[in-house]
Design a protein around this ligand. Sequence first.
Ligand SMILES: Cc1cc2nc3c(=O)[nH]c(=O)nc-3n(C[C@H](O)[C@H](O)[C@H](O)COP(=O)(O)O)c2cc1C
Length: 307
Amino acid sequence: MASSVNLTVKLGSLIFKNPVLTASGTFGYASEYKNYMDLNALGGFVVKGLSVNPKKGNKPPRIVETPCGMLNAIGLQNVGVDKFIKEKLPLLEDVDAHIIANIYGTKAEEFIKLAERLEGVGRVSALEVNVSCPNVSKGGALFGKNPNEVVKLASSVKKHTSKPVIVKLTPNVDDIAVIAKAACDGGADAVSLINTITGMVIDTKTKKPFLANKTGGLSGPAVYPVGVRMVYEVYEKIKVPIIGVGGIYNSDVALQYLMAGAALIEIGTANFTKPDVTIEIIKGIKEFLKVENIKSVGDIVGIAHSV
Ligand SMILES: Cc1cc2nc3c(=O)[nH]c(=O)nc-3n(C[C@H](O)[C@H](O)[C@H](O)COP(=O)(O)O)c2cc1C
């Protein structure tokens, strides 16, 4: 049994103390969780998706539970980038973990504005660019479905920031490896995947879709085999680090993502049922490495490909 294990991970110029982060939209602006757990234990947090102006989001109902998961159509509600910088970030001053700003817009100019606005904000370590949003100049088609748009968006954001750029991919595409490659061609320092999978629940009493938005994004344990498969496929096609996300609820699933090729992982929906699940996952990964006599977490990244 290895006496100590190395959990640190490098992403560009950043060093993470361990590979476990929280996923955007599922952990607020992180400070809300201060009373529930030691935030310093985590590798970092990806905060709720930020837009140039505050956004109220969609009308309720916006959430519905499903077996082993949930469907959400929150509609990217957030306080806007300025309020985030002024009121939310200072609450994390004393926290020793990376803060990653997830950003979204409906046209490239909005992503650029967000990158510029966050450029001077030292506390934000990296940008995660959510491409699962409609591009108004392309009739509302998702940015993330079109490789050319992904190349353009990644390179535009890169030109306006000195921070590492992570492109967060939608699974609602034919070939996610093509989109991941496009993100890299645009200069992405890493990709994260997956965002939610589009779904619908119908209320048989009202005979109508349950969510006011009709469709929503499926997340939670039900989606993890899709995420693991997609990380596996992307790992073979790109050179930059992958952040695996989707349905991780325990250390075994976290390890599956790492073995498929993820260098880091994000925990989302599982935080809703167990706010400190991330701590358990870090412990579980550490224990596995000790028992297997593996010195560094990096040694298992992509290991499932060598079989
Ligand atoms: C309520 C909710 C809000 C979310 N908000 C965002 C968001 O603002 N930006 C984003 O990129 N992803 C968002 N996501 C997607 C998650 O970050 C994650 O990619 C997805 O839920 C899959 O992981 P999970 O199954 O562990 O939740 C949201 C997910 C949920 C459930």
